[in-house]
Design a protein around this ligand. Structure first.
Ligand SMILES: [Zn+2]
Length: 120
């Protein structure tokens, strides 16, 4: 099975909370990022991170879910369920990262996907 995915960056017409930036589409490998919500967070006073940085970490977080599974969050770092002001400050400095364990598991999943696609 090849790892294919579709990214949807769409307007947030659902009135979701600021913390809800994205979601995996149920039953698929598609990612949905609510661009207006990302914009609102970038404009808020709680972060020094700008729009490209917040969009980048949002996409990285969702790609993490593709490889780690839905609901797989960590207590710290890029895969936290809710980013704190400190997390967003780390993002602005390029320091909001995957944990070593999540990074190891994502590499293993990518290796597995590559092996499966090469054996077909
Ligand atoms: Zn998440």
């Amino acid at each position: 099975m090849a790892l294919t995915s579709t990214l949807h960056v769409c307007a947030d017409r659902l009135g979701l909370l600021t913390a809800v930036l994205c979601a995996a589409a149920a039953g698929s490998k598609d990612l949905v990022v609510f661009y207006e919500t990302v914009q609102a967070l970038a404009r808020s006073a709680i972060t020094l991170a700008d729009l490209p940085e917040i969009l980048g970490i949002t996409l990285a977080h969702e790609i993490g879910h593709l490889l780690l599974g839905p609901g797989r969050h960590s207590a710290t770092g890029l895969m936290r369920a809710d980013w704190s002001r400190g997390d967003l400050e780390d993002a602005a400095k390029g320091r909001l990262l995957f944990s070593k364990e999540h990074a190891r598991r994502m590499r293993a999943e990518l290796d597995e996907v590559t092996l499966r696609s090469e054996s077909r």
